[in-house]
Design a protein around this ligand. Structure first.
Ligand code: COA
Length: 257
């Protein structure tokens, strides 16, 4: 199996495991990953999803044999196929559970899309990132909304056009990863994010993600004021908000822990 899902308590770990090709993904792996995210996202027992990879490298991105073979398909077939990768990225971005990417070694091309579509990423000091597409005569297309969101348009101009390798420390400065740690501490760092996520209210977390997406765009006008005011009014009077506020004031643990 090139994609394994292990659910332990509230944590689903989705693991890329295609070592011969450095965890590169083709149409079949894209389908398996999409299915794995749908399952974890719809499982009421799951609170956090970790996207990780077996072996030395996170992923070499899209399978270049598969990409080249697309040259034999017609335009519509090509588009339909590309849309499946776009949908995978969207299914990570909109997963109903928080998603952590755990990254070691190389994360090239489409792998950066998987990482930037996740809510947060922890990189080992061995991690290195590269938007290598222009070297192959293509562009980081379906991953671009997530990568540009993470690093910003001006930085993207540079790294999309130069395909320079980005070391882990710089990836943090660029917003690709949230922190870099020695590889031996990668699991501990992921665990501490998991623990922080488990201590917080699940619906509020997804509302928070959606809020960030909305306020990142558009003017701070009356519509935005109304939207943010409506949100806090709805959440603080809702079941989860009332429980969280009461738990704090009553010095007890909220019921989602
Ligand atoms: N698609 C298909 N096969 C890939 C691949 C990819 N994206 N990346 C690596 N492989 C294959 C290699 O062809 C090689 O196959 P072989 O054993 O049959 O010769 C095998 O994986 C090992 O690759 P190798 O380059 O020897 O591994 P490495 O550990 O020295 O380097 C990488 C790892 C990821 C840095 C390197 O493989 C690489 O740069 N890959 C291309 C990544 C890329 O540009 N992706 C963009 C996709 S849009």
């Amino acid at each position: 199996m090139s994609v394994n899902t292990l659910i332990e308590g509230p944590v689903a770990r989705i693991t890329l495991n295609n070592l011969d090709k450095r965890n590169a993904f083709d149409d079949s792996i894209i389908a398996s990953l999409t299915e794995a995210f749908a399952q974890a996202g719809n499982d009421d027992a799951v609170r956090v999803v970790v996207l990780q990879a077996a072996g030395k490298h996170f992923s070499a991105g899209a399978d270049l044999n598969w990409m080249r073979a697309m040259g034999k398909l017609d335009a519509q077939q090509n588009r339909d196929d590309a849309l499946k990768l776009a949908r995978l990225m969207q299914s990570i971005d909109q997963c109903p559970k928080p998603v952590i990417a755990r990254v070691q070694g190389a994360a090239f091309g489409g792998a950066l899309g998987l990482i930037c579509a996740a809510d947060m990423a922890v990189a080992a000091d061995t991690a290195r990132f590269c938007l290598s597409e222009v070297k192959l005569g293509i562009v980081p297309a379906v991953i671009s909304p997530y990568v540009v969101r993470a690093m910003g348009a001006r930085q993207a101009n540079r790294y999309f056009m130069t395909a320079e390798v980005i070391p882990a420390e710089r990836a943090v400065a660029l917003g690709i990863a949230h922190e870099v740690v020695p590889e031996s501490e990668l699991n501990d760092s992921v665990d501490s994010l998991i623990n922080a996520l488990l201590a917080a209210a699940p619906q509020a977390q997804i509302e928070a993600r959606n809020l960030i997406a909305r306020v990142s765009h558009g003017p701070i006008d009356q519509t935005m004021l109304d939207d943010t005011a409506d949100l806090i009014a709805r959440l603080r009077t809702g079941e989860e908000g009332q429980e969280g506020l009461s738990a704090f004031l009553e010095k007890r643990t909220p019921n989602w822990i």
